[in-house]
Ligand binder design. Structure first.
Ligand SMILES: *Cc1c(COP(=O)(O)O)cnc(C)c1O
Length: 230
């Protein structure tokens, strides 16, 4: 049986310990990835103090978000992050229901989100997804394109550029994963020099949270270690 409250305590301890080991003074944020999990699981995580949730699938997530909006159990704001692949014909519900999109990998998607973000909502927070391993099967913008895409997103008035997100290529050799994390940290620093407001290097999942924090992650996205396997 998955014990969500206990899992969250354990993940928070892991983050705290990894931060100490890496001599980090800043706070590493925790995004709870609730894809495929029911509202009852999100409730348990919310009761344990979490308010930031990541979702991957448009239809599933909109149903949960709409349901939670009308459920008085949720008595503090929830911040929703879209982190899955996004097709251009599905951008509207994302622009209308999420606070963040971390999987923007091309200008067309950014332009549509910008046009579709309702005027009465705050700007939509954006991370550019970087394909760090260069694998063709992976989504994400290439290293050579990320700087240009950042400048284009920066010009879109309804979006707010917050940083980058990546999923590294899996490897049994932790060094191979760390090299990718370090390369991402370098891009992040380059972008930060140009755009001092950006504050998000979203990397690290259940399997590689410690190396990600060691390499400078400011936000880890944890699904399995909180909610159990999918
Ligand atoms: C599913 C997913 C996660 C969470 O992965 P776990 O290994 O279950 O912690 C994080 N980021 C993205 C983009 C995902 O799709």
């Amino acid at each position: 049986m998955t014990n969500i409250p206990n899992n969250i305590v354990a993940v928070e301890q892991k983050i705290a310990q990894a931060s100490i080991n890496a001599q980090r003074q800043d706070k590493v944020r925790l995004l709870a990835v609730s894809k495929t999990k029911p509202v009852s699981s999100i409730k348990q995580a919310f009761a344990q103090g979490l308010s930031h949730f990541g979702e991957n699938y448009v239809q599933e997530s909109i149903e949960k978000i709409q349901h939670i909006k009308t459920d008085s159990y949720f008595d503090r704001p929830i911040h929703w992050y879209f982190i899955g692949p996004l097709q251009s014909n599905k951008t509207r519900p994302v622009a209308e229901n999420f606070d963040w999109v971390q999987s923007v990998d091309r200008l067309k998607i950014a332009q549509r989100l910008n046009e579709q973000r309702p005027e009465n909502m705050p700007k939509l927070n954006i991370c550019l997804q970087v394909n760090i391993s260069g694998e063709e099967s992976k989504s994400g913008t290439t290293l050579s394109q990320v700087i240009e895409l950042a400048s284009q997103v920066q010009d879109l008035p309804r979006l707010k550029l917050r940083g980058i997100m990546a999923i590294p290529q899996k490897s049994d050799d932790p060094k191979v994963v760390e090299q990718q994390f370090l390369a991402l940290h370098k891009i992040y620093q380059t972008l930060q020099q140009q755009y001092p407001d950006i504050d998000t290097l979203s990397m690290g999942m259940s399997g590689d949270l410690e190396s990600a924090i060691k390499c400078g992650s400011t936000m880890v996205r944890i699904g399995t270690d909180i909610f159990g396997s999918r």
